[in-house]
Design a protein around this ligand. Structure first.
Ligand code: FBP
Length: 274
């Protein structure tokens, strides 16, 4: 038998650390840059506090920007997989520039930090789509050399996009992510099982992770969305605010994990949130 390429093997191993049973719950905590510290309840301003809670609850992976990954490593190292996001933007920039994400670190930083994957956003449909495509392919090229999987936050967003949750729009973003070589795709929930099953189909086998979105007043609604996407073949979720803005982040992660990995129903796991 001849050797498989080393980077193929590396990518496969790293992906399996994130998708242990082919499913994954990823905790996103890049909001300090994406939205600013206003997103954080007082007790979660210290990133170690919330990261300890989600790691203790057994989360499969965390997605951080390089600086926070470095500062908090003693909390998560060897306990969960790490995805380093290497693009970003602040909400401090002028509104017409917020449809652009720029370099926020390098693949080599992710490698140095011991990451299992890198992540980058592409706003498909943005006036800056071309810049983000260039950035995506430059990230992907280097990541490929290191055997690092690439997660794409495939977000259709731009002046011509009236409803970014519309199924045709979401499918378009997912298809563009597939065709740009993403190994994992993070996308929006389209509001129903039926429509999301079309999203999963268009992904053509590339793992789909649902993006969490703003914290719900009724967490049960969020858990129902999680159940719906899993039922139609999604591989999991990437969730931030619905966990760190909830009064019981540990319980929330446990509830999501039970739906994703143990085929539980939201009504069975809502007890974890008490
Ligand atoms: P949430 O679950 O809080 O939505 O986190 C997922 C995420 O994609 C983050 O990685 C990112 O910071 C944020 O949402 C993007 O938010 P927005 O939709 O406002 O651009």
């Amino acid at each position: 038998m001849s050797h498989m390429t080393f980077n193929y093997v590396g990518k496969k191993i790293r992906l399996s650390r994130i998708l242990r049973d082919s499913k994954a719950v990823v905790f996103a905590f890049d909001h300090g840059v994406e939205h600013g510290p206003k997103d954080f309840p007082l007790e979660h301003v210290d990133p170690k506090v919330i990261l300890k809670k989600v790691v203790d609850a057994g989360v499969d992976a965390i997605m951080l920007l390089p600086g926070l990954a470095s500062l908090t490593h003693d909390v998560w190292a060897n306990r969960t997989a790490l995805i380093v996001k290497v693009t970003g933007k602040t909400n401090l920039r002028p509104e017409d520039q917020r449809l652009l994400q720029n370099v926020f670190g390098y693949v080599e930083d992710a490698v140095a930090l011991g990451a299992d994957a890198v992540a980058a956003t592409v706003y498909w449909g943005s006036p800056y789509e071309g810049v983000m495509m260039d950035l995506w392919f430059s990230i992907r090229e280097v990541a490929e050399r290191y055997g690092l999987p690439c997660l794409q936050l495939a977000y259709p967003r731009g002046p011509a996009i009236k409803n970014m949750y519309d199924v045709e729009i979401v499918k378009y973003g997912v298809r563009a992510a597939v065709e740009s070589g993403a190994d994992l795709i993070k996308t929006y929930y389209t509001g129903s099982k039926e429509s999301f099953s079309e999203v999963v189909k268009i992904a053509s086998g590339v793992p789909i992770l649902m993006s969490g979105g703003p914290a719900r007043e009724n967490p049960l609604e969020f858990l129902r969305d999680v159940r719906n996407v899993i039922e139609v073949g999604a591989q999991g979720v990437v969730v931030g605010r619905n966990v760190f803005q909830h009064k019981n982040p540990r319980g929330m992660i446990k509830a999501i994990m039970a739906i994703v990995h143990e085929d539980k129903h939201p009504e069975d796991v809502v007890k974890y949130l008490e």
